[in-house]
Design a protein around this ligand. Sequence first.
Ligand SMILES: [Zn+2]
Ligand SMILES: [Zn+2]
Length: 268
Amino acid sequence: MIVDYHLHTSRCGHATGTMAEYAAAAEKQGIAEIGFADHFPLELLGFTPQHRVNMPPEELDKYVAEVRRLQSRLSIPVRLGAEVDYLPGREKETAAALARHDFDYCIGSVHFLDGWDFTHPKEVKRYAKLDIDELYEHYFALIRDMAASGLFDIVGHLDVVKKFAHFPRHDWSSVVEATCREIKKADLCVEVNTAGWRAAVKEAYPGVMLLRKCLELGIPVTLGSDAHSPKEVGSGLRRAVLLLARLGFREIATFCSRRRIMRPLFPL
Ligand SMILES: [Zn+2]
Ligand SMILES: [Zn+2]
């Protein structure tokens, strides 16, 4: 059972291809279900980023309408999702903005630390000046706040702070433990995001230590390629399913109208 719940579109300004091309690529690969999760307009949350990394606000209605059109044309379920930044202090604005559309799911992601767009290739110099242990503490504290906010259904690329292959020097298992406990308490799902295999770190998000903790605590998982072009649709998802199976996962989460539906990883 392969789903791809993390598809971007050219509307965000740093992805290519039409939505129909993404959908056709998924159908061709036999992916059971897809969901678009383009970058939600940050301006609607009251934030203007350093680089444009999201849909302009005026594109949101068109994005929703295009997903609806594809739903009636495709042979597989197409879900309406969004990848939404967790911005501390902007919870009320975020809740109000998300309530305006009938999303099937919302992925909550952290891409900014005090305004620093730390996953952006143009912003990597800053890492050299930082204590990576402290960076991890700071990042995962935000993830815990995001979980506690109750705004989202899925945690996006849980450990994307490792994107450029920076890892803590000291044991950080207590951070893993505290973060996964908060995710469990909030009843959130974690995506296995395969973009990490295409990034400098060459590991899926999240890594095995976090995935094992998710399994131990009974945190559900889903799958996403984080495709920014039609040819990235489905990328690494078979590998991700095999990884999940090897670790002992037996189910994956799907979503409809913000309700979670668990499906067997290997249907009979
Ligand atoms: Zn993106
Ligand atoms: Zn993201």
